[in-house]
Write a protein that binds this ligand. Structure first.
Ligand SMILES: Nc1nc2c(ncn2[C@@H]2O[C@H](COP(=O)(O)OP(=O)(O)OP(=O)(O)O)[C@@H](O)[C@H]2O)c(=O)[nH]1
Ligand SMILES: [Mg+2]
Length: 458
């Protein structure tokens, strides 16, 4: 799904992750890459221009809470979400749903997919076929419903004169009184003809469905907004289903065009099978396009838990004491379990050798180890903590005794500290301006380097 867009965006993020520094040139390149990717995905030019200037502006001017690389990634992520819209709530409750859309967009398939969705959520769905024009329509829907064990109604029991659209809809709703979710399939037409609009207006009036889903074929790209507007004017669309996302590179156009209207995308269809259907959630969708874990929660956790005061001023002078290490551990603890943190790192999983693919046992050991480090440090004197160099053999023995650990473990901690110190020195001295990258968002270099170190120590 949107494979081209996804692979270009992933490549762009990878470039940012590897960039030596984030300056105007890097951001310009990033913006150019994103422009190319979006235009290929059929996103409207004016929208592409808009997002470009916002990314440029925000990347370089906004106050940093995260480190510069993460900041840029966060900006890209948020701006992409902006152009694909908010998505919509889909309540899991008893309701009536009518499906509308032009000919062949995937209404009938989506009725079955939707029924399956609610069925999986533990609700009882039933489907009504209000397409009396295409002879095979009822049979198509009946077969789909049979496969998933969902009851189906097409007015077969009605006297001939009541077999019109309104007769079937009214009888169907009555027939399925005891079912939670009643889904009504309607007929498609070739264009936005008056009669079709009249018919869906009548259905709406007769049964007052809480949900009115518009089904759009992703391959129409930017045209999506014209249809969304027209249907919205007629019956007030509560959600959009974009189908055939699997078969087109234009999905970006359809998504962004919809976002420009007042509607939001509720579901996307990703294949012909009844299970090829998913809820559309902008955060998850963009995270997946960018090839990352859960970016949103990472950003929220980082912003909520790490403040500048968490970082010792001594660190600025290029000194990295055991106390600083202690602070790091504290900060990391605040941010939650190590495993979760590692998984959430935005630069993780990009093949940069950052330790995000460790298995569970390693994380377990690592967290235990961190706890022991803290216990050992609690047994150290103030002097030892600020000048770890003075920790000799007899001090080591004392610390081990005091903390209920072994001398080997204390030595391991000292070794670990030394490695971290080296790492931090590298960070404070290198990289251009002499400033520490991501001073405020320390956890990125810290936690990744920490993971690396620990792997080496194992
Ligand atoms: N690949 C793919 N095909 C789909 C998807 N959704 C629907 N289709 C196919 O699109 C074709 C048309 O789907 P229908 O559900 O019959 O469309 P419709 O809107 O009910 O059509 P009319 O009732 O004639 O207006 C069928 O062959 C479906 O299998 C999707 O998400 N991906
Ligand atoms: Mg149909």
């Amino acid at each position: 799904m949107l494979d081209n867009l996804s692979s270009s965006l992933k490549e762009t993020i990878r470039k940012i992750a590897k960039a030596k520094r984030i300056d105007k040139q890097t951001v310009d390149e990033l913006v150019r890459d994103i422009q190319r990717a979006l235009i290929q995905a059929d996103v409207k030019i004016s929208l592409v221009k808009e997002i470009s200037s916002r990314i440029r502006e925000r990347s370089l001017k906004e106050k940093l809470v995260l480190n510069p690389r993460e900041h840029v990634i966060k900006v890209v992520y948020e701006e992409l979400i902006n152009i694909i819209g908010r998505g919509v709530e889909v309540p899991l409750a008893a309701q009536r749903i009518m499906m509308v859309g032009l000919h062949g967009t995937g209404k009938t398939s989506s009725c079955a997919k939707l029924a399956r969705y609610y069925q999986k959520k533990g609700l009882k769905p039933a489907v009504i076929c209000a397409d009396v024009y295409r002879p095979a329509a009822a049979e198509q829907l009946r077969q789909l419903c049979e496969k998933i064990g969902v009851p189906f109604y097409d007015g077969a029991n009605l006297p001939e004169r009541e077999k019109g659209v309104m007769g079937i809809v009214n009888a169907g709703v009555k027939e399925f009184e005891k079912y939670d979710v009643k889904i009504i399939d309607t007929a498609g037409r070739h264009a936005l003809e008056k009669e079709m609009i009249k018919e869906i207006e009548d259905i709406k009036k007769a049964i007052n469905p809480e949900q009115r889903f518009l089904v759009l074929d992703a391959s129409i790209g930017q045209q999506a907004s014209v249809q969304a507007h027209a249907f919205d004017d007629a019956i007030g669309i509560t959600g959009i289903i974009i189908t055939k996302m699997d078969g087109t590179a234009k999905g970006g156009g359809a998504l962004s065009a919809v976002a420009e209207t007042n509607s939001g995308v509720a579901f996307i269809g990703t294949g012909e099978k009844t299970d090829d259907f998913e809820r559309f959630e902008p955060d998850g969708f963009i995270s997946r396009l960018l090839g990352m874990g859960d970016i949103k929660s990472l950003i929220e956790t980082a912003e909520a838990s790490l403040k500048p005061e968490d970082v010792d001023a001594d660190f600025l002078k290029g000194k990295f004491t055991l106390k600083d290490l202690y602070k790091q551990l504290e900060a990391m603890k605040k941010m939650g379990p190590l495993k979760k943190l590692m998984e959430m790192l935005p630069l993780g999983g990009l093949g940069l050798g950052l330790d995000v693919n460790l298995d569970d046992t390693i994380y377990q050991v690592t967290e235990d180890k961190l706890k022991r480090y803290k216990v050992m440090m609690d047994s150290m004197t103030e002097e030892e903590l600020t000048e770890p160099r003075i920790i000799d053999g007899s001090r080591t023995k004392r610390i081990a005794r005091g903390s209920g650990t072994t001398t080997a473990e204390v030595n391991e901690l000292i070794k670990y500290h030394r490695m971290m110190q080296k790492m931090m020195k590298g960070l404070t001295s290198g990289r251009g301006s002499g400033k520490i990258p991501g001073m405020r968002g320390m956890k990125m270099p810290m936690s990744t380097s920490m993971g690396k170190m620990m792997k080496r120590m194992k």
